[in-house]
Design a protein around this ligand. Sequence first.
Ligand code: SAH
Length: 479
Amino acid sequence: MTVYLVGAGPGDPGLLTRRGAALLAAADVVVYDRLVDRALLSLARQGAELVDVGKSPDAGPGRQADINALLVAHGRGGGTVVRLKGGDPFVFGRGGEEAEALATAGVPWEVVPGVTSAVAVPAAAGIPVTHRGLSTSVTVVTGHVGDPASVDWDAFGRAGGTLVVLMGMATRAEIAERLLAAGRPPGTPVVVVEWGTTPEERTVRTSLAELAAADLGSPAVIVIGPVAGLDLGGRAPGPLTGTTVVVTRARHQAADLADALVVAGARVIEVPVIEIAPPAGDGAALAQAAARVAEHQWVAFTSANAVTRFLPLLRDARSLAGIGVAAVGAATAAALAERGVAADLVAEPATAAGLVAAFPPGPGRVLFPRAAEGRDTLPVGLRAKGWQVDEVDAYRTVPAPPPPPEVAAVLAGAHVVTFGSPSAVRAYLDLALPVPPVVACIGPVTAAAARKGGLEVAVEAAVPSAAGLVAALGENRPS
Ligand code: SAH
């Protein structure tokens, strides 16, 4: 099947394109490079084969031939193959050679453009590669001077405009010398950005005469020309800038927390340790309960999962007419609202105990579509208030398979791990994954489970929601 040459962007996983992310999630095989952030691999689906072809900067032609052959072999294998490359695949990425090899072999392929470091790394550091009145052209060159004939440094020295040098750190002294000899003024502004758009980003502002002394290493982008004298700010720091945060929620429920963390400036690694599965018996009991909902005065929901499993089983939009609907918190109420049901009762604080306290006294019947292995706080509390509670399993929370070793390895360097439920805590500990220094929990019940598992809980959300967790982390800045 098809081999997709996907540009991973310059470093920040958020700068992968949407098409790239969709293909990554669908891929059977992911072949990735040295410069690709390992956190991106957590977007691959469970069981995808991950192949590291970590090219060092001086990978010889033989090495590239091996990669080409590997892509052809996987492409012929029949699955969806993603070749994940730093920046844009066709900017000094040798993606062109890979495309030619695939075409020659008759393997279908497609290039998915990426955000190239040549433009994005300067931009993120506050330097526009063109600027009205300063530079009307930009030239992207390789600093590899191994083949001196390939780059006419004298011509670049004479031409004005912006020069962006990739792979130029080892040869920066020679590059500066050639440009100076060709007539570029020694005071020409130069900016060097190492590991741009990543938490390790470092920037040196200097001049052409001083470029050789710039004390940075690879990978770095060197920008030479008047625009390098500009400093247009770059990224606004958020409360979690520089912080790597692990999200352990089930994949389909991770987005709101992951998005809120990214907006706050964090780098996010998604490692779903639990999955939501249908109840035992494939939901026959739940369907039966839905058919008999009219026998109840109330239906109580303690999670969005229960809402999404139960509501579609109602035969008629009017099935809930005259029945009170209770939700444990804003997220559960929002899941109801999305399906056209306005909750009559939303518990504050958003815990089962809070819902019990807010509930009117019985008698009567309450239907409680619940998590199979959830806690009994709600039914026990409501019975004590005089209600008959009919419990039915709406879903099960099951441990997810372990993440691939590549992703587990990234966890060791993360600053924070977040837990949204006691089941996520238990699953994480069962997988024996590295625990980052800061453990953050969405609420008191989850925090208690973490402490029981031997973890020290540093952050607990005041409001048990994704936004509440991010706010609590921002106040206790972990790095
Ligand atoms: N295809 C890539 C470039 C591959 S060549 C792209 O479009 O970005 C590798 C070179 O890119 C590195 O030597 C360095 O010069 C540059 N580079 C890539 N990522 C970078 C980053 N995050 N920060 C600084 N330079 C980077």
